[in-house]
Design a protein around this ligand. Structure first.
Ligand code: GLN
Length: 289
């Protein structure tokens, strides 16, 4: 804690506004502060209008204390999604905790790309490798109810949470426990989609991601170990003309492009994330091989 904390006393109560300003001084964004205060107050996390209309209300002492604890967790880099236990992805409310990667809005780009690749396939067969919370698989199934969606994870803990999410959203998915394409038997798909681990194992950035499962983040010396494995395996699980679409690090587009081209993929191309950084690269398995 860097700055003096406003103390709730009989003469000087801490208002909603003052508590939010204090949290921002600790390094939280305004949105993070608002979401944590709503969570502490037991309100709907979307109800920021409530915060605005109650800006001059005094916080009760217990709420102010619990808010300080929530802010301290965020200052220690715990994702807001773990603190609140939920995250919206592609418009779907997901339960999220330390068993799975915190789904990022940037990954919605991968879902949109997959949907456009599958737009002309009447009942596409698609798999999400390393599904974590189930985010990608559930977004695909929600957008394409006729699709047969599979989801793979090597973590039984992750699959358990993904299954809870699917149940709550009433979205049927075929779950497979295992490592990448080894979990697929001899099944072939119209698209294989994955947000695999891709951070280099000695990247200092991992320190700020320490609350998330390392196995979902780090992948060997250059961060590409899992992507290379997936690309090597994917061809024998794609239908002719099927797509492999991968999320990767901010500086890996060229490397992933090369891995895909060298493995025989065609139409290899990249897509930018919300910040304009090439974040997803994919290619098409040849129609005639
Ligand atoms: N996008 C995450 C990050 O670097 C990493 C996610 C991943 O490895 N799949 O913050």
């Amino acid at each position: 804690m860097t700055s003096a904390q406003p103390r709730p006393t009989a003469e000087h109560a801490v208002t909603v506004q003052a508590a939010l300003a204090w949290a921002q001084q600790q390094g939280l964004s305004r949105l993070e502060a608002q979401v944590l205060l709503l969570h502490g107050a037991g309100k709907d996390l979307h109800d920021r209008a409530w915060l605005l209309s109650h800006g001059t209300d005094a916080l009760t002492a217990p709420l102010y204390l619990s808010f300080q604890t929530l802010v301290a967790r965020r200052v220690a880099h715990e994702p807001v999604a773990y603190i609140t236990g939920q995250k919206e992805f592609f418009g779907l409310p997901l339960l999220v905790d330390a068993r799975v990667l915190d789904p990022r809005a940037d990954t919605e780009v991968l879902v949109e790309w997959a949907l456009s690749c599958l737009a002309d396939v009447p009942a596409p067969h698609v798999v999400d490798l390393g599904t974590g919370s189930g985010a990608i698989a559930l977004a695909l199934k929600h957008s394409r109810p006729q699709a047969e969606v599979w989801a793979v994870d090597v973590s039984a803990d992750a699959l358990a949470l993904a299954q809870v999410n699917a149940h709550r959203l009433a979205l049927p998915i075929s779950w497979r426990l295992g490592s990448w394409c080894a979990a697929l038997g001899d099944e072939r798909f119209d698209a294989i989609v994955s947000n695999p681990p891709y951070v280099a194992q000695n990247d200092p950035h991992l320190q700020t991601l320490r609350h998330e499962p390392l196995s979902a983040l780090a992948s060997g010396p250059d961060g590409l170990d899992d992507i290379r494995q997936i690309v090597q395996q994917a061809g024998s699980h794609l239908r002719p003309g099927g797509w492999l679409l991968l999320e990767h690090g901010f500086d890996q587009a060229q490397a992933v492009h090369d891995v895909l081209s060298n493995a025989g993929f065609e139409q290899v191309q990249s897509r930018p994330d919300l910040a304009g950084i090439l974040r997803c690269t994919g290619g098409r398995w040849p129609t005639v091989k």
